[in-house]
Design a protein around this ligand. Structure first.
Ligand SMILES: Cc1cc2nc3c(=O)[nH]c(=O)nc-3n(C[C@H](O)[C@H](O)[C@H](O)COP(=O)(O)OP(=O)(O)OC[C@H]3O[C@@H](n4cnc5c(N)ncnc54)[C@H](O)[C@@H]3O)c2cc1C
Length: 343
């Protein structure tokens, strides 16, 4: 790694929020290095190919750089190009494929163990900002067969499901959008949801489309059903009356949400609220109970990952690196943009 062994700030996670933090640090005169276990904006890299954001472009912008897109809302590809361009224009130091393994506060500095493909090293920093998101850690169903090769907790590309029997587990925006896309790519889709009804937070443009497909039998829905097991070619579900059914499945998408890396946070010494997984943070500065360690973006939301997203999390860097005025401004913008985009 080409960075010095002591840094004023190490920012972990080169997602939209980690990059926004690095811009805030730079504008506050604090030198920082951003590392990411994957590529720059790796969570967006893992979005389905061709995905269109729920959010309009101006609400995804960081550092005041305009996000220009061809349609009303940006695609995955346009967003990747944008965040790459912002990092370049701001001259940010981003070290991809470099993972934070752990960190400890020792003698007033944060000792960070980081690993690349070929080496593990220790860096020290005055401040450590964890902007590690949640997308690497799916909420597991905890049923037999969940780790079979045809089961995925991430939706990749509709085309891959053409001509297949596909079971989608979940009933929020991502699961519903996946069901519609797979259906349109020529899959036979069954949606399995543990609740009897879809939540009102389902996007207004998805709901009528889904309702019509279910009413016409083009997509099958099993509401109020839980998954009991997954085999190489079936998903076994149980309904509220306790009856079991075997659904044929060539491909299974278990889209039941994600959570931050609780093990890493605990290992660093951050206190998490038992019920919610929410870290102990100073709401004004986002500093955790470990002095010098901050949480930004979705990583700080606990299990309720739909609470912090790009629209509102993009101001977190100002809370961490700004003065009192910039913090107040950031909080006002956070509140103004805190309307959930769905999971
Ligand atoms: C399909 C989908 C659609 C979405 N649509 C929208 C939308 O329209 N609008 C919106 O505002 N939000 C949307 N979101 C939510 C949005 O993606 C997240 O809120 C956003 O990515 C959070 O940004 P972040 O920078 O906090 O975390 P992330 O973007 O998840 O970035 C975290 C980064 O940290 C890295 N990392 C994790 N652990 C380590 C480690 N130990 N060491 C080093 N690096 C690490 C990861 O590789 C990743 O690149 C959507 C999410 C999904 C899944």
């Amino acid at each position: 790694m080409n960075s010095p062994s002591h840094l004023p700030a190490l920012i972990v996670g080169a997602g939209p929020i980690g990059l926004a933090c690095a811009i805030s640090a730079r504008r506050a005169g604090v030198e920082s290095v951003v590392i990411d276990a994957g590529a720059l904006a790796h969570s967006i890299v893992r979005y389905p190919i061709g995905m269109v954001f729920f959010t309009t472009p101006e609400r995804l912008e960081i550092g005041g750089h305009p996000l220009v897109c061809a349609g009303a809302k940006p695609t995955r590809e346009e967003a990747l190009k944008y965040y790459r361009g912002v990092a370049r224009a701001e001259g940010l130091t981003v070290q991809p494929f470099t993972r934070l393994v752990t960190a400890r506060r020792v003698d007033g500095v944060i000792q960070c163990t980081i690993a690349t493909r070929s080496a593990t090293t220790v860096l020290s920093g005055d401040r450590l900002v964890l902007a590690t998101g949640y997308f690497d850690h799916p909420n597991m169903l905890g049923v037999p067969g969940e780790s079979l090769a045809h089961v995925s907790h991430w939706f990749d590309e509709p085309h891959l499901t053409s001509g297949l029997e596909v079971v989608i587990i979940g009933g929020k925006n991502s699961a519903i959008e996946t069901a519609l896309q797979c259906y349109r790519a020529g899959a036979k889709v069954t949606l399995v949801y543990r609740r009897e009804e879809f939540k009102p937070s389902v996007k207004y443009w998805l709901r009528p489309d889904l309702d019509n497909r279910i009413a016409s039998g083009e997509i099958r829905a099993r509401m109020g059903a839980t998954v009991v097991a997954i085999t190489t070619d079936t998903v076994v579900i149980r309904n509220g009356a306790g009856e079991e059914e075997q659904l044929r499945a060539d491909r299974v998408y278990a889209l039941t949400g994600y959570h931050p890396d609780f093990d890493l946070l605990r290992d660093i010494g951050i206190t998490l609220e038992e019920a919610t997984g929410r870290p102990a943070l100073n709401p004004e500065t986002l500093e955790s109970n470990v002095p010098g360690v901050y949480l930004a973006g979705s990583a700080g939301a606990g299990r309720n990952t739909s609470e912090v997203f790009i629209e509102n999390g993009r101001y977190d860097g100002e809370k961490i690196f700004g003065d009192a005025g910039r913090r107040r401004d950031a909080e006002a913008r956070y509140q103004a943009h805190s309307r959930p985009v769905g999971e």
